[in-house]
Design a binder for this molecule. Structure first.
Ligand code: BGC
Length: 728
């Protein structure tokens, strides 16, 4: 037996970047020599051109010392050209900070963050971030607008693809992994970039799943559900935050003194800077809290937004506002201090330029591609596998690969792909061909999702009839998820269900591979198809990773980090809901629907494997502790099937009776374990004040005396139970 001893808290969080006396002296010295215009320049970020070059105006501003940061200017030569203007020609030679959305890889594209989270493997996420940082930094990018740590409970919202899903605990573990992977211990080192925790805060709660929409979240839910991943990012040393687009309880997140100043700077002592989201400062006018750009600048700056992305309200209005006494000059100084601090911590003054000789070596290396393939394989979630249809035998003589996404490079690559190229992406068709070089591959991709014709559907059936097994690749095209891509239904778009039914009517062993960036309502497809593999948007090497799983070289071990609803009408649906006074049941007056089930299609934490696991021997020791005490939880997991595979052991907590209502389950620990057939392992967790405590009626974090139910299992439903008592 392998003994795996894992503490619940995993690695201790690194301290938030503490103020370094040397850096503070340098910042102060510089600040004391800056004119107001130069200060405001440091608070301005402008957008480059789509091809990675700067706009001509930006070179001029850089020369005058009026440009603190740009986004989208990338590529070592482009970066160095603009940087030279600032570093060699401006009065104070303050380097520009180059930012870019490196969301799931720079040139080598990893699976989308929702997929990476589904690996339940923070070390994998950290490595993916590290690889992305090495590539980005080689291309001159010193700051990524990642990770997105927004909690998402609504799959209509297109940006669920960019986050870790619905759970604050898992979201916190992943936030820490992303930040550590990007920044390392010392973000000034080559191969490191500054991370940015976004979007602060509540953005994922957009009403109706419509991007940018208003949000309404109680302070308790903010603090218990939406804040924790951001706090984890701060604890991991994240250098920057991005203020969100949404308005929150009447105050836009980009002019919200409670979140930006009271919580972030006051309670959490965050020393880095906050950049607004794209034009979010100017959008305060449209929100209706600012009458004009001057108002917007005053509100955003004094609430705690340090750098303005793209709009120019700070530079245009702050001099007059300060003159008129409407904004204290000290507010500008403080914002500039935060920006300069990050520039020093990043080593920008010592190493402002990209090393052009490294760029081509670092990007898209064989090693990075292998890492992306491994990450994609570990992110797969096997949703259904009746009769062990999967894995297919490699001895198949012929396979039909069917569906509009089977050879769609963009849909495979993902929705926010940095400097990745669709042409590089390995599709499922590529993967199947490479995995079975001697088999006949019958291809029927048909037209685009929105244009599937009767002929496409009959061709799919014919292709299926002509083969020994069928791989159906269905889902969403690349641009159906991501920013501004809310959906009002979660059905398979277009006529894909019809196409699937036609192919399935051939009666061949068939597996559906789903590509996409969000949970879909899959009921009809699940009724028709024996096997469904959720592959998300798996990145550059996605098709090979999928083929690894289809033919048994990899065994899917991922688990869902967002609940899959049965229908749009069930949204919001998430595992850590409250019980309510009349919890859902068959009783008439209970919290149910009259026209369908209240249970999800697939719960949080769900995922199958080609092998089977048994969890046993749950023990809690001691079973009674004091409020400050700790207790160890032990469990065994055994692979009792015939293949090597991974199981994710999950620990949930429930406080049945408390001072305030509590969720029916809260994830408080997990561990992905790899086991050979017949092997078993012990998994240990520790529960202490951090896991047991919650906000009481007065919003104070405390451990209440009483009983805590512990459930350990392989999803958020079912498992073994035990009790821990906190003595009064
Ligand atoms: C997005 C951010 C992104 C920024 C810069 C905005 O539209 O909301 O997530 O970082 O653009 O590209």
């Amino acid at each position: 037996m392998i003994t795996l001893l894992f503490a619940l808290l995993a690695a201790p969080a690194a301290a938030a970047p503490s103020l370094n006396a040397d850096v503070e002296t340098q910042v102060q010295d510089l600040l004391s020599r800056m004119t107001m215009d130069e200060k405001l320049g440091q608070l301005q970020q402008l957008d480059g051109l789509a091809d990675g070059t700067a706009r001509p105006e930006q070179a001029e501003l850089a020369r005058k010392g009026l440009l603190g940061s740009v986004l989208n200017v990338r590529g070592a030569a482009n970066v160095n050209a603009l940087q030279r203007e600032a570093v060699e020609h401006s009065r104070l030679k303050i380097p520009i900070l180059f930012g870019f959305d490196v969301i799931h890889g720079y040139r080598t594209v990893f699976p989308i963050p929702l997929a990476l989270a589904s690996s339940w493997d923070p070390a994998l996420v950290k490595d993916a971030a590290r690889t992305a940082a090495v590539e980005a930094e080689a291309a001159g990018v010193r700051w990524t607008f990642s990770p997105m740590v927004d909690i998402a409970r609504d799959p209509r919202w297109g940006r669920v693809a960019e986050g870790a899903g619905e759970d604050p605990y898992l979201g916190s573990v992943m936030a820490r992994a992303w930040v550590r992977g990007y920044q390392g211990g010392d973000p000034s080192q080559p191969g490191r970039v500054a991370a940015c925790a976004k979007h602060w805060v509540g953005y994922g709660a957009a009403e109706g799943g419509r991007d940018y929409n208003t949000t309404e979240i109680s302070e308790r839910t903010l603090r218990e559900i939406y804040f924790p991943p951001f706090k984890a990012a701060v604890d991991a040393g994240v250098l920057t935050f991005m203020s969100a687009f949404n308005d929150l309880d009447g105050e836009p997140a980009s002019a919200n003194a409670f979140t930006l100043t009271q919580v972030l700077r006051g309670e959490w002592k965050f020393p880095g800077f906050v950049v607004s989201d794209y034009k979010a400062v100017d959008e305060l006018i449209s929100h209706g809290v600012a009458a004009d750009g001057a108002d917007a600048a005053r509100l955003a700056l004094t609430s705690g937004v340090d750098m303005e992305m793209v709009s120019r309200d700070y530079a245009s209005n702050l001099p007059a506002l300060i003159q008129a006494g409407k904004v204290p000059a000290s507010a500008v100084d403080e914002a500039v201090r935060r920006v300069l601090r990050v520039k020093f911590l990043l080593g920008l003054f010592d190493r402002p330029y990209a090393d052009q000789s490294r760029e081509s070596i670092a990007l898209f290396s064989a090693e990075n591609r292998a890492a992306a393939r491994r990450a994609a394989a570990r992110s797969l979630v096997l949703l259904k596998n009746d009769g062990n249809v999967l894995p297919f035998s490699k001895a198949l003589k012929s396979v039909a690969v069917i569906g509009p996404l089977a050879d769609d490079r963009a849909a495979t690559l993902g929705s926010w792909t940095g400097d990745g190229r669709a042409a590089d992406a390995r599709t499922v068709l590529d993967g199947v061909r490479a995995a079975l070089p001697r088999a006949a591959v019958v291809v029927s991709t048909g037209g685009a999702i929105g244009a599937l014709s009767d002929l496409d559907i009959s061709s799919a059936a014919a292709a299926a009839r002509a083969a020994d097994a069928v791989v159906l690749v269905l889902g969403e095209m690349a641009d159906m998820t991501g920013e501004a891509s809310g959906r009002s239904t979660l059905d398979l778009p277009g006529r894909q269900l019809e196409l699937a039914r036609a192919a399935l009517s051939a009666g061949k062993p068939t597996a559906v591979v789903l590509l996409g960036g969000r949970p879909l309502a899959l009921g009809a497809l699940l009724n028709a198809a024996p096997a469904v593999l959720e592959a998300w948007q798996p990145g550059t090497q996605g098709g090979d990773a999928v083929a690894d799983a289809l033919f048994g070289d990899a065994n899917p071990g991922g688990k869902l980090t967002m609940t899959f609803p049965r229908s749009v009408g069930q949204i919001p649906i998430y595992y850590n809901h409250k019980n309510g006074g009349r919890p859902a049941s068959d009783k008439y007056y209970s919290s149910k629907y009259i026209d369908g089930p209240w249970t999800p299609q697939f719960p949080f934490g769900w995922g199958l494997s080609y092998t089977t696991f048994t969890v046993s021997g749950l023990a809690v020791d001691p079973v009674s502790i004091s409020a400050g005490g700790r207790s160890d939880v032990r469990v065994y997991v055994a692979n009792d099937g015939a293949r090597a595979g991974d199981e994710v052991v999950q620990l949930y907590l429930r406080r049945r009776t408390a001072d305030v209502t509590r969720p029916v389950a809260e994830l408080k620990g997990f561990r992905r374990v790899s086991l050979k057939p017949g092997e078993d392992a012990r998994v240990d967790f520790t529960l202490g004040p951090k896991e047991l405590g919650f906000l009481d009626r007065d919003m104070k974090f405390a451990v209440e005396p009483g009983d805590y139910d512990i459930t350990v299992g392989t999803s958020s439903v079912g498992g073994l139970s035990a009790r821990l008592t906190v003595a009064p």
